[in-house]
Design a protein around this ligand. Structure first.
Ligand SMILES: [Zn+2]
Length: 683
């Protein structure tokens, strides 16, 4: 299910949610902290630290046909999926669930998705009414009315509308409007002329044609419709912000009144649109990409109504294909997973349905999940670790030589005020308004999306709920939210090898310590630093300090721009800057926190021949071990704000003096070696 989280800076890009290995706390404790047999000693740590630590694991763990990558994260997802499966299947098998209860809802939702016999019989019929609505369109006004209706079911034909904190007044929740409408992962796919991208455009045209054929268009009509979609999407893509522009909090802050919106995009009937989506009272809205809205408005006048009908048909089927009969599921998979990511085989149905169920009833399943899989001691230990990391970052800020005292005061105030959430929310969400029944799967999914839409939009104009989470407890990820100035660690990531209750401290500081440091650093990366301690977009930097920050971070941009990931495919240093700062800062702050934790204690003895400081780095490299298909890698370089896994290790360690101290054999002449003057110092 497509989920849109704006403004959240997460640890990793993850697909779907996560989770049949019966696991209990005992087994978690037995997870080995670090396995030396996964290393490749034929590689020098100074030449390629990532492969030195993970080389044998990489050789012995090929990517399964139904995955686009194999990694620590993926393995954790799978383990989690199995935990979640137990919870869901128990609910699904329950014979005495109370009508309207959570147990009944989980069971009905999941069963509707895995009942492949019914899905095949139903085919496209569950969507008949929606397609008829599109068919009945006569005018541009109708295009907008039907588009608005689809929007309330989670289909965002033109743009997404949601609630968000006002970036310059974080206590207030306002409406936001974000560009959408394109079927390829990113605007550059429509314009880049390198061979792999051109091939993807060809495949996309074929995919569009096949989808229209599945909707029973004659082949010639289907082909013509595919061309229409490509043309419209290219026009929308051209007016869209690039992903680097979308990271700019100032550029994407364009709060307007409804009257101003009417001037910006006059060919959309906003009053009617807001009424149609059920929120006629919207008075202010942040338009993230004004150029996009202007072009969309122009297109409302210039594009023939029939082309818009074709566009809405495509939008509807593209959003729902994964929840329909096998022909749609397969065609959707062939393009979005095989052509784009290189994945050979689709995952078993239960896994896909499980992810959607786990998302749709996120906190209901999360509540059961944490009671089974998240020991209270983990919450305590994690809270202590976060405090140590905070102390460490504070010390680092105090000792920075490039930052002046004024800015330091503000930075430390921000760090002191940074909120922390660990494991799961204090208050659980109420799902009583979500209608789930034994109806077709796709209708349960659309109901859930409508429920989410209304839940989200109802926050507009109300006081901000401090208890709210942006991820479910079972998610294997973490995030920093700049508007709330808080770091959040769901229970899902607090498992080995990220967080190992049985490991030596060096291992935990190198993994979860680094994750905590990473999220904290997001508050001080190129985007996060533009927000103050209260989550407001406000410049609290002196001019000199801003300049010094940019000088150091520009060196990081240059370094990453030079890293070739695949044949003539380079890391985008600007796109990944925030994450690279967070990785660099996270590792540095975690290392410093580990050193502080050793004060007054006896130095730990080496384990397996590695000193504790070396084990810190081994642990850090272990959590990012990844085999990834080339196609997926190519896609991520274009779309993912995170650098590829290998780069997240090798691109960080060579800037850290602590790495050279831990591995004194790393010397000039080694591929990773960087002389001191080439190493930036950021946090
Ligand atoms: Zn991050």
């Amino acid at each position: 299910m497509k989920k849109i989280i704006f403004g959240i800076l997460a640890l990793a890009l993850v697909q779907g949610c996560t989770s049949n290995v019966k696991k209990n706390v005992e087994e978690v404790k037995k997870y080995p902290p670090f396995e030396v047999q996964n290393m490749d000693n034929s590689i020098k740590p100074g030449n390629d630290f990532f492969t030195y630590v993970n080389g044998t694991w990489l050789k012995n763990n090929p990517i399964p046909a139904d995955k686009n990558a194999r990694s620590t994260l993926e393995e954790l997802f799978e383990r989690n999926r199995h935990d979640i499966r137990e919870i869901i299947e128990e609910a699904a098998a329950s014979k005495d669930a109370q009508p309207g209860s959570i147990t009944e809802k989980i069971g009905l939702f999941y069963n509707s998705g895995i009942d492949s016999l019914s899905l095949e019989k139903q085919g496209i019929t569950p969507l008949k009414t929606l397609f008829e609505k599109i068919e009945s369109i006569q005018s541009v006004a109708d295009v907008q009315t039907v588009g608005a209706f689809l929007q309330t079911s989670g289909v965002n034909p033109f743009f997404a509308i949601f609630s968000n904190q006002d970036a310059k007044n974080s206590a207030s929740v306002i409406a936001g409007c974000y560009q959408a409408g394109i079927g390829l992962p990113e605007r550059d796919y429509y314009f880049n002329n390198d061979a792999p991208t051109k091939k993807i455009r060809e495949e996309y045209l074929k995919h569009l044609t096949k989808m229209f054929e599945l909707l029973k268009d004659e082949p010639a009509v289907a082909e013509k419709n595919a061309q229409t979609i490509m043309k419209l999407e290219t026009q929308l893509a051209k007016a869209s912000f690039t992903n680097v522009e979308n990271q700019d909090p100032q550029k994407t802050y364009n709060k307007v009144t409804v009257d101003e919106l009417k001037k910006l995009a006059p060919n959309l009937d906003w009053k009617s649109y807001f009424t149609q989506i059920g929120f006629p009272g919207i008075s202010e809205i942040n338009i993230y990409q004004p150029s996009f809205m202007r072009e969309l408005s122009n297109m409302m006048n210039s594009v023939p109504v029939n082309d818009w009908k074709t566009f809405l048909r495509w939008q509807l089927i593209n959003s729902t294909a994964a929840y329909l009969s096998q022909d749609f599921v397969k065609q959707n998979f062939d393009f979005y997973y095989t052509a784009l990511s290189g994945q050979e085989k689709i995952e078993p149905r239960w896994k896909l349905v499980l992810d959607v169920t786990s998302y749709s009833l996120g906190e209901a399943i999360g509540q059961l999940y944490v009671s089974k899989h998240f020991p209270p001691i983990a919450k305590q230990k994690m809270t202590d670790l976060v405090m140590n990391l905070k102390k460490s970052l504070k010390q680092r800020i105090e000792n920075l030589t490039w930052m002046g005292p004024e800015t330091k005061l503000e930075a430390i105030a921000k760090l002191d005020k940074m909120g922390v959430k660990v494991g799961y929310p204090d208050k659980w969400r109420d799902y009583s308004g979500l209608m789930v029944s034994s109806q077709p799967y796709v209708l349960n999914v659309l109901n859930s999306l409508r429920f989410e839409f209304i839940y989200n939009m109802n926050k507009i104009g109300k006081p901000l709920d401090p208890n709210e989470w942006g991820m479910t407890p079972q998610t294997v990820n973490a995030y920093y939210n700049p508007n709330r100035n808080e770091i959040v660690f769901p229970a899902g990531i607090l498992q080995p090898p990220f967080f190992n209750l049985d490991a030596d401290d060096a291992i935990n500081y190198g993994s979860i310590g680094m994750v905590i440091g990473h999220e904290m650093t997001h508050g001080f990366d190129n985007q996060g630093r533009q927000f103050d301690k209260d989550g407001n977009l406000r410049d609290w930097w002196t001019k000199e300090d801003s300049k010094a920050f940019e000088e150091h971070t520009n060196r990081l941009v240059d370094q990453y721009n030079k890293i070739e990931v695949l044949d003539s495919t380079f890391v985008n240093g600007k796109l990944t800057l925030g994450e690279n700062i967070a990785d660099f800062g996270g590792a540095t702050v975690a290392y410093n926190a580990y050193k502080l934790s050793l004060q007054g204690k006896e130095e730990p003895k080496p384990i397996d021949g590695f000193t504790n400081y070396q084990r810190f780095f081994l642990s850090y490299a272990q959590i990012w071990r990844t085999n990834m298909r080339d196609k997926e890698l190519r896609k991520r370089v274009k779309t993912d704000e995170h650098s590829p896994a290998k780069v997240r290790i090798n691109g960080v360690v060579y800037n850290m003096p602590e790495f050279y101290a831990a591995f004194p054999d790393v010397k000039p002449g080694d591929k990773l070696f960087r002389p001191v003057e080439q190493r930036p110092v950021i946090w």
